[in-house]
Design a protein around this ligand. Structure first.
Ligand code: CIR
Length: 280
């Protein structure tokens, strides 16, 4: 049976020493961040996910933001090489955790990629050319995914950390966008939904099937999503947001079984987990 998996990691006690790019450092109440993270995982369960939570990493402040370490597609998982040096050690444990579910390929040095820069819409990957992600990574990802029929393209952005700070998929072909940071037209034929202009950080949402987990901090944009027919599960995430983390970055959500493009050897719908190995 196909199951929906959500991979997460407990909040690090060192969260206060997180990387910050566009925010000023303010004290973070780690206990409150842990409580918000627990409710976030409850939201994942409510949306049908089987949550696999890795233990906290005391020496890796940003390690709860698992989205940045990998991009999990139906056919294969990309292991990233995060742009911030302090985050590179997060990848090995994510690689190990993904091993039962997917074969993996890696972004290799000197290229850098944060998973938070990758918006997936069907067989199109849009990769933000942020301060964390290089155009060399776009080329590597394009080469890795071409056999599976993916089209990969770089997307410019301004004034925000990751592409997913400014644009997230909220449906099969629907993108929630902060137009100050990302061009709504960057996503080809996808339908853009603009955030309410009074809610600057409102474009980040965690998509789970036809629903999204979404911060309670942005009620006006939430109403826009609901009017559009998108199911919203709202969570408090303001303590995690002090570490410049959005809701999408706290999980990797994927279907348990590997599946692939017709004609791709070993990637058919009948491929079982037991058959999927690890590839570098
Ligand atoms: C960082 O700067 O890397 C972390 N403090 C926040 C990462 C958030 N990741 C994401 O939105 N994908």
């Amino acid at each position: 049976m196909q199951r929906r998996i959500a991979l997460t990691r407990e909040v690090s006690p060192a969260l206060g020493r997180c990387e910050l790019t566009h925010l000023d450092r303010v004290p973070i109440d780690v206990a409150r961040a842990v409580a918000q993270h627990a409710l976030y995982q409850e939201a994942l369960r409510r949306l049908g996910c089987e949550v696999h939570c890795l233990p906290a990493e005391a020496e890796l402040p940003d390690s709860a933001f698992v989205e940045d370490a990998a991009v999990v597609l139906p056919e294969i998982a990309l292991l990233t090489r995060p742009g911030a040096e302090s985050r590179r050690a997060e990848v090995e444990s994510i690689a190990a955790a993904l091993r039962p579910w997917r074969e993996t390929v890696r972004v290799e040095a000197p290229a850098t990629l944060d998973g938070g820069d990758v918006v997936v819409l069907g067989r199109q990957l849009f990769i933000g050319l942020s301060s964390r992600t290089s155009s060399a990574a776009v080329e590597q990802v394009g080469a890795h995914l071409a056999p599976f029929g993916y089209e990969v393209r770089g997307v410019p952005l301004r004034d925000c950390l990751h592409l997913k700070s400014g644009a997230c998929a909220v449906g099969e072909d629907v993108v929630l966008v902060q137009p100050r940071w990302v061009e709504a037209r960057a996503f080809g034929a996808a339908e853009p939904i603009a955030v309410d202009e009074r809610e600057l950080f409102a474009a980040n949402a965690a998509r789970v099937g036809d629903a999204v987990i979404y911060p309670t901090a942005f009620p006006r944009t939430r109403a826009i999503l609901e009017e559009r027919g998108i199911e919203v599960v709202a969570v408090d995430a303001d303590e995690l947001a002090k570490a410049e983390g959005g809701v999408s970055c706290c999980s990797l959500v994927f279907e348990s079984r590997r599946s692939g493009a017709p004609g791709v050897p070993g990637a058919g719908a009948g491929t079982t987990e037991a058959m999927s190995g690890h590839r570098r």
